[in-house]
Design a protein around this ligand. Sequence first.
Ligand SMILES: [Zn+2]
Length: 496
Amino acid sequence: MTTAASSKTKYEAIIGLETHCQLNTKSKIFCHCSTKFDSPPNTNICPVCMGYPGVLPVLNEEVLNSALKMGIALNGKIADSSKFDRKQYFYPDLPKNYQISQYDLPTVEHGHLEIELVEKKTQKVTKKVIGVTRLHMEEDAGKLVHAGSDRLSGSTHSLVDFNRTGIPLLEIVSDPDLRSGQEAAEYAQELRRLVRYLGISNGNMQEGSLRCDVNISVRPVGQKEFGVKVEIKNMNSFSAIQKAIDYEIERQIEALENGEEIVQETRLWEEGSQRTISMRSKEGSSDYRYFPEPDLPPLEVASEKIEKLKSSLPELPAQKRRRYEEEFGLSAYDARVLSDDRNVAEYFEAVVAKGATAKAAANWVTQDIAAYLNNNPDLDITEIALKPEMLAELITLIEKGTISGKIAKEILPDLLSKGGSPKELIESKGLIQISDPQELEKIIDGVLAANPDKLEQYQAGKTKLKGFFVGEIMKQSGGKADPKLANQILAKKLTS
Ligand SMILES: [Zn+2]
């Protein structure tokens, strides 16, 4: 019998992700209907997205622009000429009985995406490049609502809402380059960062704006052929992607170790029981009888258009991370935390632009301000009362020695909720740091005189008591004593 640990290292997992991303265009992909998320059921529909006979779809230019931007951001090859196809299948949420998608000539191919993997304990960051097979545009289907239960089983009847039919989607298919749940979750997060930076989608997994299907197989290390592939669906968070994959890797290794065959099937991630369950077995690949969409012309993309879009792109997350490391000397970890959200990154850069040192600005933004935003989940960093120039002022006050870091932390809640100038606040509250040696000496003499027994113990060798004296000095000065100077004076007095 092999132990679990040694059997694990005998196998490797081969994982690919198919991601559907809902674009945030105002209207649908082939008609003028609104894409508004919370509209009453079946109010955003028209003959085009309902597939009535005789209607003609027209491609929304903004959908193409979004696809091209994402293609450029994924370092992909943009096809000069591509086309739309009909993918035919019958399902109650698909009124046309076919979906307009792209089959053999997608708009983007051969891209790649750099991901970062963080080791939890050490915060060490390693980078890995994941290939992107293709990116194409397609329309979404409607939504079935199973009444009386959140699943089909147990429901008394089902309703269909066609508001979602014709909502534009990007489908992004990765190469089978991912090897663990962590890598897959990080890849999906990096895709979300990209669509948010580009402003083409809200990337919200709970609302279904970003959906990932996982293909996963395991094989003995060294074997060339892939093992039997299982598909996992139904994960609506990054941690669910990670856990579902890690569960599935273990399940498949255990089956192989027991001499069982892996069945090609689709499995569902069950959040409640933290496991995957079989949904349906796959008999070969489905035949969708694709053929070119006769109602849409072939898609020609001029190189000038690509160049124009390229120059309109913002700095992307990976570029930002690299620049933060090189230009600001930040750790890979800090660079990553700061650039995770574009607004946070812009706030941080504004603080630095106003004169704060990058490291101090990074610490305040990733610690105190991040904690404040965590406690106020509806608040975006652009909405907090403490403006970047005021945080820069606060940092400068500490660095000049006008206030201690401790005082800065004390006034921070006020600044975060009410805003205003830190300088004016400390002046009005009388919190300016005591850096006058004579004044400090007076306080220190007072502390030593009030504690003769402790002083005697110190002089007898109990040097740990220095901390006690420093604490007393800070207490007596109302936290205002310049800690460095106070320490120097105290040290001199204790040894004299
Ligand atoms: Zn419509």
